[in-house]
Design a protein around this ligand. Structure first.
Ligand code: G6P
Length: 609
């Protein structure tokens, strides 16, 4: 979603801002712009579409100045046109904004009555016009900002610069993240540390409600009440070097090939190979005493949570519930005192998941988050954190972060089972052994005969208009993930369904044009899924089976095509089969020629609700 970069520099700002915006491209956006101060005046360049367009504009009309702000916009209010692209402002002030100003219509009406002339359809312009009015009335920039911020409702991260003030930048955060970077005689603002990584590794995060007045000498932080507060400067672990595509065609392809390493990294942090037992950090709560677990997340992270639910119920016999965060937060379910709220998120910034976290805290839950970005808001506000250690994930559609989430959840469920006495040491050893085999198996899926079979099946799927994915038990969420991934990156309509539920609706869709992708590893539920596949085949559906050799042999008579995956313990099958369905989506997207890493309309870090 939208990205922010601000620089109070010693060098020309626009090229540095452009480069930093490039590091935020992965978040998904549809227009971009930069404003700088040149001889005290605000100048800006903006362009619809990808950063290449802005680069071309800047090549024709460079932007001088060492003070500037830049933005990649993911449209919410107003189409993704140049006119609606940020920065917004007047001759006095320039504004970039992430989030949504919910009272923008009321502000616009009030400001228009005061004679302010709006140029765009955006909610953001109400902030710029409000500031402009205060500045016109003679307020100093800092006072105007302080007063304007008190009027804003909704969610925002803001960066502001002011005409005539080349040594001033103001940042504010309410619901959308913002970081201040400290350099040598230079200062930076960024919507995440990744934007700032090559510029500085010294980062301070604004807390919710904070705003910062920044000069080249440093930053002063104020909280919501206007009191000056200290915000710790941390050394970010991110480096500018970490992110490149290497020899791969897409970040997604590279990230798919990182599955084995990422899963292996999680396991080596969480499993003691000598005792074949799970070793987790101490939690500030007792797993044995948790009355109920409530899982909340969005998108793929939610599906990881659904697999986690099956594991927690079966291995640790913990009552567990799960809901997408956007529903959970407004459903506002009663939660038992001392329960565990479990959030799953790659970015750690997803607005709805953050709101779910806060609701859980209000309901007296211990909050544990499973996140990939250790410096994220979610990590900072939780009682305990389990990191997924997947490294930066750049492709908008989650891949390696998803299998890392699953691996962490699997280890957590084992630890919970041990703590609650539902899992003995021998069983734990067998299951950790099964987990330790996953990286090798995942590598086989990516490189071996399975990969070739997936390539052939992709040709069939690329022809389809609709695709049905079926699974049961812990592989039902993998059917959901397979369908989501296909939709996201190939734009083919797909649905994930519980195999047993197919006859209650989706069976009506089945004819010879509809591929039915079955996630069907050998295990206790295999025969049940097999019966559902018979029903699909009987109606002419093209049944495409993902199974192991034993399962594939049993389904030979009805399968139109088969991907044979390495045999594994049913416990770990969701992790391995996730690799395979993500790979299938990628191969289909390649055939369709879509923008794999930045699919249309999607954003990586969804900071609006
Ligand atoms: C977006 C991404 C998905 C991701 C979801 C949740 O929709 O495109 O891949 O699963 O957000 O994001 P999170 O950062 O909370 O895992």
């Amino acid at each position: 979603m939208c990205g922010i970069v601000g620089i109070l520099g010693a060098r020309p700002a626009a090229p540095l801002i452009l480069e930093a915006l490039g590091r935020l491209e992965y978040r998904g956006y549809d227009s971009a712009g930069i404003a700088t101060l040149h001889e005290g005046d605000i100048e800006r360049r903006r362009a619809e579409g990808k950063l290449g367009n802005l680069t071309a504009v800047l090549a024709r009309r460079p932007l001088p100045g060492t003070t500037g702000i830049g933005h990649t916009r993911w449209a919410t209010h107003g189409a993704p046109t140049e006119g609606n692209a940020h920065p917004h402002g007047t001759s006095r002030v320039s504004v970039v904004h992430n989030g949504i100003i919910e009272n923008h219509a009321a502000l616009r009406a009030e400001l228009e009555a005061e004679g302010q002339e709006f140029q765009t359809e955006t909610d953001t312009e109400s902030v710029a016009q409000l500031l402009d009015l205060y500045l016109k009335r003679g307020m100093a920039p800092e006072d105007a900002a302080g007063q304007a911020l008190r009027r804003l409702e909704g969610a925002y991260a803001l960066a502001l610069i002011f005409a005539g003030y080349p040594d001033l930048m103001i940042g504010a955060r309410h619901g959308a993240p913002l970081a201040v970077g400290f350099g040598e005689d230079e200062m930076f603002l960024g919507s995440d540390a990744l934007a700032l990584a090559p510029l500085t590794r010294q980062i301070a995060y604004l807390e919710d409600g904070d705003w910062a007045v920044i000069t080249r000498d440093g930053a002063r932080f104020m909280n919501r009440a206007g009191q000056t507060v200290d915000r710790a400067i941390r050394e970010t672990r991110l480096t500018g070097a970490a992110i490149g595509r290497g020899a791969y065609r897409h970040f997604m392809e590279k990230e798919l090939h990182e599955h084995p390493v990422v899963i292996g990294d999680v396991l080596s942090r969480m499993i003691d190979p000598a005792t074949r037992s799970v070793v987790l950090p101490d939690f500030p709560f007792d797993l044995a005493a948790i009355p109920r677990v409530t899982i909340s997340a969005c998108g793929s992270a939610y599906y990881a949570g659904l697999v986690g639910r099956v594991w927690l119920e079966s291995l640790a016999r913990m009552p567990t519930d799960g809901d997408v965060a956007s529903e959970f937060r407004y459903r506002a379910p009663p939660l038992p005192a001392g329960g565990l709220g479990l959030l799953v998120s790659q970015s750690g910034e997803t607005a709805d998941t953050m709101a779910a976290l806060r609701y859980m805290q209000d309901e007296g839950q211990h909050v544990l988050s499973i996140v990939n970005v250790p410096e994220s808001s979610m990590a900072r506000e939780s009682d305990a954190v389990l990191e997924t250690l997947a490294g930066p994930e750049i492709g908008v559609a989650s891949t390696k972060a998803f299998t890392a989430q699953l691996t962490v959840l699997a280890c957590f469920a084992l630890a919970a089972g041990r703590a609650r006495g539902t899992l003995d040491a021998a069983r734990e050893a067998a299951l950790t052994q099964a987990l330790m085999e996953v990286p090798g198996h995942a590598a086989e899926v990516l490189e071996g005969a399975a990969a070739e079979a997936i390539g052939r099946i992709a040709e069939r799927i690329a022809e389809a208009r609709d695709v049905l994915y079926l699974g049961r038990g812990s592989c039902f969420p993998i059917a959901l993930e397979g369908a989501l991934k296909l939709k996201e990156i190939s734009y083919i309509h797909a649905e994930g369904y519980a195999a047993g539920e197919m006859k209650h609706g989706p069976i009506a869709l089945i004819d010879r044009h509809v591929p039915v992708v079955a996630i069907a590893p050998s295990g206790p539920l295999f025969e049940k899924t097999a019966s559902n596949l018979q029903e699909a085949a009987a109606r002419g559906g093209q049944v495409i089976v993902f199974s192991d050799a034993a399962g594939a042999a049993k389904l030979q008579g009805i399968a139109a095509a088969t991907v044979v995956l390495p045999a594994c313990d049913p416990f770990v099958a969701p992790i391995l089969y996730a690799v395979a369905v993500q790979m299938l989506a990628y191969r289909v997207a390649l055939l369709k020629g879509t923008d794999v890493d930045q699919p249309r309309n999607l954003a990586k870090s969804v900071t609006v609700e």
